[in-house]
Design a protein around this ligand. Sequence first.
Ligand code: BGC
Length: 765
Amino acid sequence: MGTLNIEELLNQMTIEEKASLCSGADFWHTEAIERLGLPAAMLSDGPHGLRKQDKTADHLGTGESIKAVCFPTASAMACSFDRELIYNVGSALGEECQAENVNVLLGPGINMKRSPLCGRNFEYYSEDPCLAGELGAAFVNGVQSQGAGTSLKHFAANSQEWRRMSISSEVDERTLREIYLAAFEKTVKKAQPWTIMCSYNKINGTYSCENDWLLNKVLRDEWGFEGLVMTDWGAMNNRIEALKAGLDLEMPSSHGETDKLITAAVKDGSLPAEVLDKAVKRVLELVDKSITNKRHASYNKEEHHSLVKKTAINSAVLLKNNGVLPLSGNENIAIIGQFADIPRIQGGGSSHINCFKTESALQALGNAVNAKYTYSQGYATDKDETGTVLLEEALQNAAAADVAVIFAGLPESFESEGFDRTHLNMPECQNHLIEEIYKVQKNIVIVLHNGSPVAMPWLDKAGAVLEMYLAGQASGAAAVDLLFGRANPSGKLAETFPLRLEDNPSYLNFPGSRDKVRYSEGVFIGYRYYDKKHMDVLFPFGYGLSYTTFRYSNLRIETGGVVANNCPGTIPKIQDTDQVKVYVDITNTGNRAGAEIVQLYVKNFIGLENRPEKELKNFAKVFLEPGETKTACMELDFRSFAYFNETLKDWFAESGTYGILIGASSRDIKLSREVKITASKKIPFHACDTTTCKDVELFADSTKPLDEMLLMIKNGNEADNEKALCIMKTAFEETPIHSILSFSSNALKYEDIKETLKKLNGTVS
Ligand code: BGC
């Protein structure tokens, strides 16, 4: 039950008042109407902390905001593959919103990582829509469980910063549906965010904010989105077209300018009053939800700091380990690198949080058990230059130690909202430092702070590499716990680290020309591309090590409550609409507690459509004591097997064999099983002159009419019709029906062709 009488308010409002609600009152508030007792709602960035601005207003992250808690960024959190953890982060942020009177947190960002260069990748989860959608839904549900709203962003196909306010993302519908919209669809269906934020860019020539297909048809009619759609800050183009397309709220304030346009358009009849009413109603519903769900809350900053640490620990990815980690604590350790003292914990731009405190590795080491260590800064982050004094000091300390732990990565100037990277390199001074240290100390551990993949020219020299990403304000404390084995790394990569930038599928078309960027790689983004081309990568999607080991066993498939016969060679048969449950046992075979991320990929063996080798369709994170076994259960449904068929304009899972692959990473499949799917949908088939014989074979109800026609031109042994037919069908596979005439040695007339087509189309029997 709401608080406001929305129908009554709508009745009482003048057109001018209605129009005023369609744009912000200022940078962060919706418009209030005092005369009617209607308050404003407050919106604040987001996503991995609260950036509430009390006194200033900017969307660049430069102005002051209140002291808050900085959680790990999305690129880090995604590596946890942990829905519950991300729900808890969302819930903590919801609490902060309530305490600070913020009604909507502007996040999460769930755009796909098309290129590792996108400057804002740190704010996005993954290159995989299943992972991004599941985690996006968990985050939204968490925030909204506290009675605060979210704004799912940036809708859609906004995977670069370069010309982000004007570029047109040129993407075919199948690719949009399967990759760039899929995470939004999942999140909307699983979590109903209060609002969605439209991206700046155009999609196939139409601004997202004015895209009737995107907002009215797909988002609302198809997916059932019930909330409000707002612009990204300053993304409005044509206010009237946007309203018609389903864009409710323009942010920030237009200072009354576009409100005047709306009023005039309703008055001159070019904008139907009902269209305006719909948008106003959604603004009123948002304000109503804000009032109705308001709680007088406070939150414990230190508790949230602990949650930051827990999240950072569970998200870190151990990329390499020759046994040097975990450290015993008895070594002489040379801690090297400025990030050990001043960690890079978040990205630049609108998501920038004013942390109430930061815990660096050096601070955390001070509290650690008996660790004997020296610290040398090694490099500076404000310029990419090797400082002789800094280098000398680092070399001396490294030489005198048992192990060098080098904190390295990308300074803020290398990646941020507002621009894309042009290469994957870390600062040259840091790479050089690592090479030099190796000359005096062979035992090297690298701890990385970066928002997105980097090249690692020194990888073979490192004994261990711990990828922390941008892990929030407790990043140093988390790193120290992981280094000393007080916690066991359990994150896995939510994106591929390529060997070279040039290997990336978007390489030839990123960031595009002046006004267009073609997503010419189609659905082959990230591992979907590298797998299809059997390419080596630096680290694959879903990869990450642990201090313990796991065994995978006993893969079972259940449909309709019945577990399929597990005998080798038996293939379970499934209707495409059946709910499928996949079970697998995971055992911790080492001597430390740890968590394993189990990944379920589906492979299509049919090959009618050009599909990826395999696609992630579910995952589970299993926490295990040494020796313990638990069963991971993962569900699949129709969409797990389907692709978007452009002829049907719908999802379609063709009949045939599919693989259920259980992996420890996308390149480490432990167990697999085949299932046979029967399709419930049919691709409409109409035979015409140019239909090929193969298409008849694949799509017609019966091939009999074609078989009969082929037999008319058969020559040779009369008795062996079947063999002859088989040979002819193979020979004519790619031949259009009317062209068979040319090869029929006069045995066929054009009338026979016409007759066959009629029979195939069912007009005569
Ligand atoms: C960003 C959004 C952000 C908004 C408000 C825009 O520039 O793209 O993600 O929420 O500013 O700061």
